[in-house]
Structure formats: C-alpha cells, structure tokens
Design a protein around this ligand. Structure first.
Ligand code: GLU
Length: 292
C-alpha cells in the first residue's frame, strides 16, 4: 500500500492564526502517525488579496511549530493553464455558462427576491445566484462577450447533478452537526457556484478538486467551515473523473465570543503569539493537539 498523503493548503491573504495551527498540526501528526507524507499547497489564485510576505510568514510559522513538509511546495498561481483545461472541458460538456451581472446587480436582484419572499442562502450564509445567465438568449450572450463585459463562469448545478447522480463522501471526523461515516453530498446547497472568471480561469472549488487529485492526496483534513463545500468538491471530482480522497473535518478554534477566528484579528495570529513569548508547545495546548 502506498503511504497516505495529507496536505495543508493555506491562502497567503493574511497571517496564520490558531485555527490554521490546529489544521496544520493535525495533518502533520496524522501523517507521521501513519507513515504518510505531508504536502504544503499555497492557494494563491486571488492575486488581489495574496501577498508574498504572507506566504513567507506561512513558511516561518509552520517551521516554528516544528512542522516538516515535502518540497516542492505547490503554488496554485503557477498552474493556471491546467485549471483552464478543466474549465474548457466543463464548458464543452455544457455545464458552465457566463453570467454577466455585476456584484451590485446581483445584490439588487437578491433584494428583489427577498422582498418577494425568502431567498435561499448557501451554507456560508451568502444568497444563491439570483441571475438569468443560464437562460440568456444566444444573441445577448454574444453581444456581451463581444463588448468584453466581465463575467463569471457558473456551474449549471441542476445539469451537473443530473450528470453526476447521487454522491457521498467518507467522513472520518465529523461535521458541524456530528455527521460522520458516509455523508450524502448536497452540492445543490450552493446553487450555480462560480468556477472561474473572465480574468481568473479558476476558483477555490475547482483548483482544490484538481490539485488534491493531481497531488495524490488521500486524506483531506481541514476545518468545519469547509465541511459542506465537500459536496461541490465531490461533484467536480465526478464530472472531471478525479479520484475521491477520504475527508476528516475538525472543529474550528473559536474566539471568546464563540466566533470563528479571522485573519484580521492580531491576538490569535501565530506570529503575535510567538512575539509574545509563546512556545510551540503552548500553541499545541491552546488548540488541543497534543504531541503523540
Ligand atoms: N485554502 C483554504 C483556506 O485557507 C483551505 C483549503 C482546503 O483545505 O480545502 O481556507
């Protein structure tokens, strides 16, 4: 049996905090415990928010925690053509459509829908796409494309689910409500998700599904905040013929008000804790990941 492959996949859009430490330490310990490998992936597709100093801080913080990872590190920004190929394939399969509404227009449409009654929201609390991109007449679509109007490429969720059929994943940990074992994927919770944009040929969901497969990841270990996103990842794995890893979601580290930690809060940033004299053992204790 080849060794299990784990990965830690942070985005360099802020400094790592205790929540990241819990994920990174858990991945590292599980890899060591099982004679497995630990990969590091930098999820830096959002050029407007990612910064080199945050990426460097990831390496510094992980090394300080005595975490050892394999080289080379995969940086998603270096693989955009690969994601484009997947976008082209899904487009050829008739599963993607361009949606030209601006953010402002979407907010206005959601407001209208909400005034007319309840409008569904995704598991992150964002309203589902309310627009008409999927049914836009061909001539209007062509006019927009010729006019170089910005667009998002959205997944036709109903068509994608019809193509893939029912899906599930194996949860070795537990979801926010204790879901464990075989969990039914519910990608419809997310509506017609964005998989790429005119100027960025990918999205979090698409690149995560592709990279986990390409890097041979066998165990995805990450926080509860991504539990329901797994449904979209399973759907993309099915549509693109990619293997499915095992999943293990862990509880988030919460602040004193019970909220998820944010990259903008200084007090829980690993570099601040380090500057304040905390040791890696203190961090392990704070996030409840004790040395094996
Ligand atoms: N890049 C994501 C984040 O920083 C994590 C991706 C994943 O573990 O699937 O939240």
């Amino acid at each position: 049996m080849p060794p299990p492959v784990f990965r830690f996949a942070p985005s360099p859009n802020g400094f790592l905090h205790l929540g990241h430490a819990r994920s990174a330490l858990l991945n590292f310990d599980l890899a060591r415990q099982s004679g497995g490998r630990l990969l590091l992936r930098i999820e830096d597709i959002d050029a407007t928010r990612c910064r080199p100093e945050y990426e460097q801080a990831i390496y510094d913080d992980l090394a300080w925690l005595d975490i050892v990872w394999e080289q080379p590190v995969r940086r998603q920004s270096e693989h955009l053509p690969l994601y484009s190929e997947a976008v082209e394939r899904l487009t050829r399969d008739g599963l993607l459509y361009p949606a030209f509404e601006s953010r402002g227009e979407i907010a206005r449409l959601v407001g209208e829908k909400e005034r007319a009654g309840a409008w569904p929201r995704d598991p992150d609390g964002a309203p589902l796409y309310p627009g008409t991109g999927r049914t836009l007449p061909d001539d209007e679509r062509d006019r927009n494309l010729q006019a170089a109007t910005p667009y998002a490429l959205r997944l036709d969720m109903d068509a994608a689910i019809a193509r893939a059929g029912p899906l599930s994943w194996t949860e070795l940990g537990a979801g926010p409500q204790g879901e464990t074992g075989t969990v039914p994927a519910r990608p419809e919770q997310w509506g017609d998700v964005i998989l790429a944009r005119k100027d960025t040929p990918t999205s979090y969901h698409l690149s995560v599904a592709i990279d986990d497969a390409l890097q041979g990841v066998t165990h995805v270990v990450r926080g509860h905040d991504l539990f329901w996103a797994t449904g979209v990842h399973r759907l993309l794995q099915s549509l693109l013929g990619l293997p499915q890893p095992l999943y293990r979601h862990h509880a988030l580290v919460l602040d004193e008000t019970g909220r998820k930690l944010s990259k903008s809060t200084q007090s829980t940033a690993l570099r601040e804790l380090r500057a304040g004299g905390a040791t890696p053992a203190d961090v392990r204790r704070l996030v409840g990941i004790n040395l094996l």
